[in-house]
Ligand binder design. Sequence first.
Ligand SMILES: Cc1cc2nc3c(=O)[nH]c(=O)nc-3n(C[C@H](O)[C@H](O)[C@H](O)COP(=O)(O)OP(=O)(O)OC[C@H]3O[C@@H](n4cnc5c(N)ncnc54)[C@H](O)[C@@H]3O)c2cc1C
Length: 1007
Amino acid sequence: MLLSAQMYSWRLLEWEARNHVPSGTIIKALVAGGEKGPWMRFMRGEMTAEGFLQAFGTQCSEMIKSPVPVGSFFSLLTSGQVAKQFSVMTEAINRIRAEGLKTAVLSNNFYLPSGESFLPLDRKQFDVVVESCLEGICKPDPRIYKMCLQRLQVEPAESVFLDDLAHNLKAAAQLGIHTIKVNDAESALKELEIFLGFSLRKIIPNTCSVRKTMEIPRDSLEKYLKNFLGSQAAVSGPLEVLQFSHGQSNPTYSIRLANHHLVLRKKPPGKLLPSAHAVEREFRIMKALRDAGVPVPKVLDLCEDSSVIGTPFYLMEYCPGQVYKEASLPGLEPSQRKAVYTAMNQVLCQLHSVDVKAAGLEDYGKHGDYVQRQVQTWTKQYRATETSTIPAMERLIEWLPQHLPKAQKATVVHGDFRLDNLIFHPEKAEVLAILDWELSTLGDPLCDVASNCMAHYLPSDFPLIKGLSDLDITQLGIPTAEEYFKMYCHQMEIPAAENWNFYMAFSFFRVAAILQGVYKRSLRGQSSSAAAEQSGKLAESMSNLAWDFAVKEGFRIFKGLPTPRLSTRAYGVWASRRPPLLPDGTRSLATASKAAAPKGVLIISPEALSEPVRDLHHRLERFIETHVYPIEQDLRNHQMSEARWTPAPQIEKLKEKAKSEGLWNLFLPVETDPERKYGAGLTNLEYAHLCELMGKSLYAPEIFNCSAPDTGNMELLVRYGTEQQKARWLLPLLDGRIRSCFAMTEPQVASSDATNIESSIREERGGYVVNGHKWWISGILDPRCQLCVFMGKTDPRAPRHQQQSVLLVPMDTPGIKVIRPLSVYGLEDPPGGHGEVLFENVRVPKDHLVLGPGRGFEIAQGRLGPGRIHHCMRLIGYSERTLALMKERVKSRVAFGKPLVEQGTILADIAKSRADIDQARLLVLKAAHLMDVAGNKAAALDIAMIKMVAPTMALRVIDRAIQAFGAAGLNNDSPLAQFFSWARALRLADGPDEVHRSTVAKMELKR
Ligand SMILES: Cc1cc2nc3c(=O)[nH]c(=O)nc-3n(C[C@H](O)[C@H](O)[C@H](O)COP(=O)(O)OP(=O)(O)OC[C@H]3O[C@@H](n4cnc5c(N)ncnc54)[C@H](O)[C@@H]3O)c2cc1C
């Protein structure tokens, strides 16, 4: 009954004709064998396919006295293309299961030699599958029916059996099972519909049976419909009423009567808040908008008489199409997603462009002060349904009226414009209808745009709308909220509003107020959705989100106070040195203007970066948020596990992803690699903004192949390596296939003074022999570490700064012994670690020396400059992340009756941290800029300054956050403890603070 038996018969007849076998031979042979014949034995699994074909071939040949090629008949029968399940049957099964009933397939079946089932059925459709060949019994044996009933756990009288063969039906009926003979699928289903009492026709998407509390009097509705529709067409047949699963507020129903398919939308039952749930207004606006060409369903009738179904309601035509419930549009291609978002944006613009007067909607809402009135309305609604104090709501109620937008345009506003309120064309990205007009009025259209962007800020597991905040939307093809807003402004030909954050804050505030209403109703038992009870908690989280936007908006206004027009400034404008005094005591303007000529701009915020770098910044940020933060805890656990000295597989996987997305080797400055042969070709300043992002997670730099000490070693090879050295070491390092270490520090001598280094590099028989004791060699324990960049003395008698050389030592050279891993506050930093190592008679070919003997000091200085600034950039990242974590924590942690954030000391700490970070960042950016415009040497003072400032700054910021976290700040559950340890270590690594301070002071004294 699921497949077309007729199709098999036709094919068989065709086959017989083609093979000159008398028509009907096969069927006759199949039946003639009876219970003991090869066919039934095959069905019971008593014969293999080969055995069956042999026996069946003999049987057929004997019948017609001539050979029958049964092999080709079998191939035809089992080709899988003979029949596909009837789509009406698939729909019916879905429907039956949606009503909570069980389904079973009871089949005479066999398996092909390949192990596949003969019947091409999707088994997931059935609760139970009973197959003759597996059970050893065939229909009409009563045992197989009983087996099926038992597995379904139902009595015979509770079941219906459909089959096309009379003897199969008879056996079922004798057991007390209700039976339906299937002559054709359609009429069999009609009979089944009557028996079951519900429709088995195509499922209306997003509908379910009417919920208990939402039932409507069917008789009265049917009478009304027959009356209303009677004049239009013959109205007969059963009335089908289903409820749409969405629509938290005004319950909405799918109504089918005869060939009419309508949608009924009504007020919810019970006592309602004033002016809420006004279905009359919905009816009016939809009618007017349809006339104005906006895609909305066609409304048919408004019934304001509550006596019909208990509340006023209206009817509209059912608009078939596609509703996308998830903002991430699963199952679509990136280009399709983009098209859907573009179509949504366009239809919103179309709505906002409606001529209110011409559409007769001038009195549809008050003119002017829309946002102000909305804030008041939702505040009132919230107060009327308040169940306990939500601190963020209290702050918003105070803040919103003080920050209302000044200029507001008035158009028709939908009030709840979002993706799942739109019906799309099933095949193309075109909006067929905008639904749910309950909150529509005349007002500020930007409120709709903001409300439309809310999903961008909600996580993908958010219970009401599955959002996008934790997904890589660029990869999905979905525009960011910013791009979406820009698209809207472009289409509407308006400038982008600066107070965008206000609109977002308002949108989330309004949702919080609505959810509070739903929650209160759920407490009274009038809620229209099972999810309503959750809304109490959700109201609070929405208000917190709203408050985050309010804070952002506050910062925008604050930043706007001195009205700086640009976030970038020419370096020469403010950092040029004054020209020297001329003998006559004046300064030469000519020299001054030359010295001050701006070579570039100092970009102090990522928004001012060039378009491609901004894109990199954006993608990097999303990558870290989406892929790195979520696995940090696992990575920390890996570092504590027995497997810690092996690379974490998750990092390896993410490296591939980062590489494929072009987020790779971003560190190599364009100045070192002007042809962009090896890196991304960024300036130090551009990289500073990106490196800060990477610093937000201790694991991120490696994922983007931007971690120390590899970055320094790679830059060293690019600058000073021979082509051969580059081919052997640089390329695999750039590819992330191997890792490396840098060995300078020694336990016996004060290594902050590099001239003290004692290890020896002795020339011997055309090569070099290395002997020495090193420690704190980062990365040397990593199993992937294949290169040690070694610093030692080639000539102890040469002038002090020419005694040292740099040698490339392959890690598999005999004589290298890692004695132990060293730990920083107990952290071993696996898998790279920091090793204490002995080099004993390690022999290396001569061509492994870099640049030449005696050039080591020079190379080390060149290597350490960029390395130091990278550490500082990352320290800014540590600090930003730390401050973000601290803010999150103090907003949610309550002590002595109020959130920690409301304690003055916490506020002061936040302010101090913000100021500390911003100061240090400016200094870092200045140093990076100077490296770009004047070179690393000229930037030495600035590099020394940031190396002395950034670690202590980060330590202060992290220390404050740890204090605010309480004991939780010290353990492994957050990155804080590790941030603290590494920030502390960076007061020593790459040179102790004192050395940098002395450099700065000496240079200052020379000025
Ligand atoms: C986590 C970590 C990773 C490291 N990774 C590496 C690596 O990969 N490769 C490598 O070769 N080294 C590495 N180091 C070592 C690091 O570079 C050295 O520790 C650093 O250069 C200081 O050398 P030192 O420890 O010998 O201290 P010393 O030179 O003994 O100095 C000790 C102290 O003396 C004081 N001092 C020194 N000079 C002055 C001065 N001029 N004025 C005033 N006071 C002064 C300072 O307080 C200083 O802290 C790492 C260190 C750490 C902590």
